[in-house]
Design a protein around this ligand. Structure first.
Ligand SMILES: *Cc1c(COP(=O)(O)O)cnc(C)c1O
Length: 422
């Protein structure tokens, strides 16, 4: 059978294996719920970007909000990546994982003064600035600390990425970026502020994008601006086209990373901008299909209109289905003979009707079986919470024939630390 997503995940003799490791065995050894990642899958995903960019000045900044576990960051830092961060907490994680501030770009609409000061002190590569107010504030903070802040303006190119409204970010009605028609003025403003140095331009038009065309439209809009800005004597060193490339959850057919990169480089060349440094900020496409979430079936509860398969993972472990009604494949880790497939809603123990991982799934299962939710490497653990006072899951990274525990299951005591009785 073909599984959506990663070629690293195969079913052999009825048993699901990730990089050769039996998922049932990992579940029994480390307990559930459990995130399992293939380091090889992450490395091959980033190699696709790097190979397509070979011979060009470039930097791939992993958008770490997709999965910010330290061993994941370490993997990408060693592979030569920079990082796209959206908080000072993410910056501290980059540094703790051995990443370089000089290769880190700082995105986000709501940067606070203390975050700016810490990022300046650490020496981030640039701030992706999203408003006039942020330019003013960053200039003040930089001057107060005797620093010069390198800035790129995040432009909202007003293109439709054709994706879910919650993950579409490049349209006029979004909170993100500076409107295209105001961007030239914002560059003049930035150039006039003594604490700032203009170095680049960026955009990020959305997530889970499965077409190349919206990227080309966005790049064209950026290059129009670059030309207008440079006519006024400013220099734009790099063009950052953001992230957002989709992955296969079910039957989506996103372009391969090298096809996307190739198309964008060709457009840069044809418009005479081929010499410029290009930055990418991929998140999901580097980690999404590299991970699965393992969970154990607790109860099979049959009802008059619905059958519920109650598992030990829930919306606090994997929020995407509840938050975006995202469809994620669910597979038994070991196929069973002699049990008929039935239709199940796969739900967690959290006290919310929105707590489901999959609806109307045909599964041949019994209590105690291990299920795998596929393509769970991105926006899984990173969005996990302690709702219902549930400890967060453990995480495993597969490296060759080794299974490394990269995050312990959270002890319940840790959930109460920092709290005080009256
Ligand atoms: C979330 C985000 C990304 C990464 O998006 P993916 O869809 O995970 O690739 C890149 N840049 C910015 C500014 C983001 O907010």
């Amino acid at each position: 059978m073909t599984l959506p997503g990663s070629p690293h995940l195969v079913r052999l003799a009825g048993e699901l294996r990730l990089d050769g490791h039996s998922l049932v065995d990992l579940a029994h050894r480390f307990g559930t719920p459990l995130f399992v990642y293939s380091q090889a899958a992450m490395l091959s995903a980033v190699a696709a970007y790097h190979q397509a960019l070979q011979g060009r000045p470039h930097l791939v900044c992993y958008a770490m909000k997709a999965n910010s576990s330290l061993a994941v960051l370490q993997t990408f830092a060693r592979a030569g990546c920079g990082f796209d961060i959206v908080s000072v907490g993410e910056l501290e994680r980059v540094l703790a994982a051995g990443g370089s501030a000089a290769k880190t770009v700082f995105s986000g609409v709501g940067k606070k003064r203390d975050e700016m000061a810490r990022a300046l002190e650490a020496g981030v590569r640039c701030f992706n600035v999203e408003s006039h107010g942020e330019l003013v504030r960053l200039d003040e903070v930089a001057r107060a600390h005797g620093k010069l802040a390198r800035v790129s303006l995040r432009v909202n190119p007003d293109v439709d990425a054709g994706t879910h409204p919650y993950i579409s970010t490049g349209l006029k009605g979004n909170k993100f970026g500076i409107a295209h028609h105001e961007a030239l003025d914002a560059y003049r403003h930035a150039a006039a502020l003594p604490g700032l140095e203009v170095v680049g331009i960026d955009c990020h038009i959305g997530s889970q994008i499965v077409q190349i065309a919206p990227y080309l439209d966005a790049l064209d809009r950026l290059l129009d601006l670059v030309e207008a800005v440079e006519r006024e004597g400013l220099v734009i060193h790099h063009v950052d086209v953001g992230g957002g490339l989709g992955i296969t959850y079910t039957d989506e057919a996103p372009p391969a990373a090298d096809a996307l990169v190739g198309a964008l480089l060709a457009r840069l060349d044809s418009r005479g901008h081929g010499w410029r440094e290009v930055l990418f900020e991929p998140g999901r496409s580097l980690v999404g299909n590299a991970g699965v979430l393992l969970t154990e079936v607790q109860y099979l509860k049959r009802g008059p209109t619905k059958n519920f398969c109650i598992v030990d993972a829930a919306m606090n472990d994997l929020l995407r289905p509840a938050m975006y009604e995202a469809w994620m494949a669910i597979e038994p880790c070991r196929q069973r003979d002699g049990i008929a497939a039935e239709t199940w809603d796969v739900v967690g123990p959290v006290c919310e009707s929105g707590d489901w991982l999959g609806r109307d799934r045909r599964l041949a299962i019994s209590e105690g079986d291990t299920l795998a939710v596929l393509s769970a490497g991105a926006y899984g653990m990173a969005m996990a919470s302690n709702y219902n006072t549930r400890p967060r899951a453990a995480e495993i990274m597969l490296v060759g024939d080794q299974a490394h525990l990269i995050r312990e299951r959270e002890p319940i005591q840790a959930l109460m630390s920092g709290e005080r009785l009256l």
